[in-house]
Design a binder for this molecule. Structure first.
Ligand SMILES: Cc1cc2nc3c(=O)[nH]c(=O)nc-3n(C[C@H](O)[C@H](O)[C@H](O)COP(=O)(O)OP(=O)(O)OC[C@H]3O[C@@H](n4cnc5c(N)ncnc54)[C@H](O)[C@@H]3O)c2cc1C
Length: 314
């Protein structure tokens, strides 16, 4: 492996100054992507600037929604009670990301800045209307995550800019979310395709009656029963991974659901729309046609799970 110098700044400004004064620099957080790339000779930096000693990047704090520092590891996210209870799609995603050893060092910032279409945290962050904090020589700016992804491995920031945080939206009553990743094996594996959904809804029926009706139902049963529950969609978010060059919001499907009282047909129609706006490719992991079909299945399942969780039943 090529030799490089390793720097451990303690503040954002120190990191920026190092980047400006040294040549051929690369930021590194957990290094699980960077070191693989160096070994494969995809990159050959002379200077690695580690972000791991910058305390400001390691916070998780509530601020109406929740703000997660870019150097928070996946294992820390997995253990956070607020995320586990409320931001369940993100909890689902980190639970299935890599192995415990990978989760212990790999960060959410690295996962997003790497901009892989299969990045597991991308779709959950998209369904929580994530805003990205970015720090550079001109100070701090914010960008919606939607605008941040430009293509595989490409994000909307200057090379010397540091991603500081991810801000997830406030979740009103009756909000539920889920993320499902389809892999070839139930082991450490990248997604063939993945979907995250979030629903925020009103109830036109008595909550106790609604809960009782579906309390012990599996998702297939729920599909049949949901028509009579008076669940009216106030907000819908659907995001798909490995469905396009970047993680992609299925905005047409979200708009379709808005204001509707859920029933089986509407859930199927939203899933069809999501699949129709996806632009998957044939790859060694899966064919485009298979991905399209599975997007329908995963969208239906994540929507139904979102209802269950929004009612506090999971
Ligand atoms: C065995 C293995 C299994 C894996 N399994 C999965 C999986 O199941 N799902 C999945 O999504 N990924 C997986 N990955 C990929 C990887 O672990 C994740 O993408 C991880 O989140 C990257 O985080 P990191 O902190 O290690 O990033 P790093 O390798 O440190 O950095 C990645 C990129 O982001 C940049 N960067 C990092 N932080 C910042 C910041 N704050 N500001 C600006 N730029 C920054 C770096 O310069 C680099 O370009 C796996 C990797 C391995 C080796």
């Amino acid at each position: 492996m090529k030799k490089f110098d390793y720097h451990l700044p303690k503040t954002l400004d120190e990191a920026l100054n190092l980047f400006a004064s040294l040549k051929n620099c690369k930021y590194v957080a957990g290094g699980t992507d960077v070191f693989v790339d160096i070994k494969r000779k995809k990159i050959a930096p002379d200077n690695l600037i580690s972000l791991r000693n910058i305390e400001a990047l390691k916070i998780i704090e509530k601020n109406g929604g929740i703000r997660i520092g870019s150097c928070v590891t996946h294992e820390e996210i997995l253990k956070n009670e607020d995320i586990k209870r409320h931001y369940t799609a993100l909890h689902d995603a980190v639970k299935r990301l890599g192995s415990k050893q990978i989760r212990n060092v790999a960060t959410i910032g690295g996962n997003i800045c790497n901009a892989a279409p299969s990045a597991d945290t991308a779709c959950p962050l998209l369904v929580f209307d994530c805003v990205v904090g970015i720090y550079g020589k001109k100070g701090e700016r914010k960008l919606s995550l939607d605008e941040f992804f430009l293509g595989p491995g490409m994000v909307s920031k200057e090379e010397d800019e540091i991603v500081t945080f991810f801000e997830l939206c406030y979740l009103p009553k009756y909000s539920g979310s889920a993320y499902i990743k389809l892999t070839r094996r139930e082991a450490m594996d990248l997604a063939i395709v993945s979907v995250a959904s979030r629903l925020t809804f009103d109830l036109e029926e008595d909550i106790l009656k609604v809960k009782e009706t579906i309390a012990n139902s599996d998702l297939k049963d729920m599909e049949e029963k949901i028509a009579n529950l008076g669940i009216k969609v106030k907000q819908a978010r659907i995001a798909m991974g490995v469905a396009a060059p970047t993680p992609l919001r299925a905005k047409e499907a979200e708009t379709y659901l808005l204001g509707k009282v859920l029933d089986r047909d509407k859930i199927y129609e939203a899933s069809e729309i999501a699949s129709s706006v996806a632009r998957p490719r044939d790859t060694i992991r899966g064919e485009a046609e298979y991905r399209r079909e599975m997007i329908k299945v995963l969208t239906r399942r994540t929507l139904l799970l979102s209802v269950k969780r929004g009612l506090g039943l999971e």
